[in-house]
Ligand binder design. Sequence first.
Ligand code: NAP
Length: 254
Amino acid sequence: MELTGKTALVTGSSRGIGKTIALELARNGCIVIVHGSKESDALGESFEKVKKLSPDSLMISAELSKPDEIDDMFSQIKQTFAGLDILVNNAATQNPSPILELKQEDWDRVLSVNLTAPFLCAQHAGRIMRDTKRGGKIINISSVHAYDARRHYAHYSAAKGGLETLTKSLAIELASYNIQVNSIVAGAIATELTPLDRQEKFLTSVPAARIGTTEEIAQMVVFLSSNRCDYITGASITVDGGLTLGFCATRPDL
Ligand code: NAP
């Protein structure tokens, strides 16, 4: 197993894409810190599955819009483990609204969870990785909406756009500590919460003619966590079945 002995924090791993990432990292030998916003049945169930694969794993809850809870989470990580090798900034929230009706408190919340929290987590993780001199990997889960705006998702798109440039800034400044920072630009991915009618709407827009799976994102996280990509940093890897290839992509008549 290529990640044996590594410790990884996956934010938002109580469900959805993050849960599959946590399981896949555990399957590849990582000790995983499973995280959710609060204690919940979903968080407990995800943790139990991870623990079966990686018994030394840990469960932490922290509301990411609250910087003091992020501080507490990293204090607990430092007390429990000798270091942290992998940070996956996966947790995100969304609250669609027409832009002219969008309340500033909703804008602020999405920006704090989806952009400020990844910055704060990267800062904490980067300091641990620097101080332990073990190097490390930071992987930000971004979205095609960082580039292609979506109606009623102004705050979400702005946060993901910021996450893309944050990835590059971190990559430049942390390279000298042997820390690689990359993002995964995810297309439409089926989670347990994705309604079937939404999945079907994507079929005509995706050249691959299907929605992606959480495993397909998790496999890319495992690759970006491994030493196979020590020379890749500041990159945005698109995993979208061709969704963003442009106007001609799904028009065989053109
Ligand atoms: P999801 O099923 O909604 O899960 C979100 C996770 O983030 C949960 O574990 C949740 O914890 C956590 N979270 C949400 N708000 C939080 C907060 N304020 N504080 C702490 N944790 C919080 O999401 P998903 O669809 O798997 O998406 C995962 C990532 O992929 C996100 O970054 C998303 O933007 C990106 N993405 C998803 C898709 C897609 O089609 N699904 C496409 C492109 C990009 P709780 O269970 O405690 O709420």
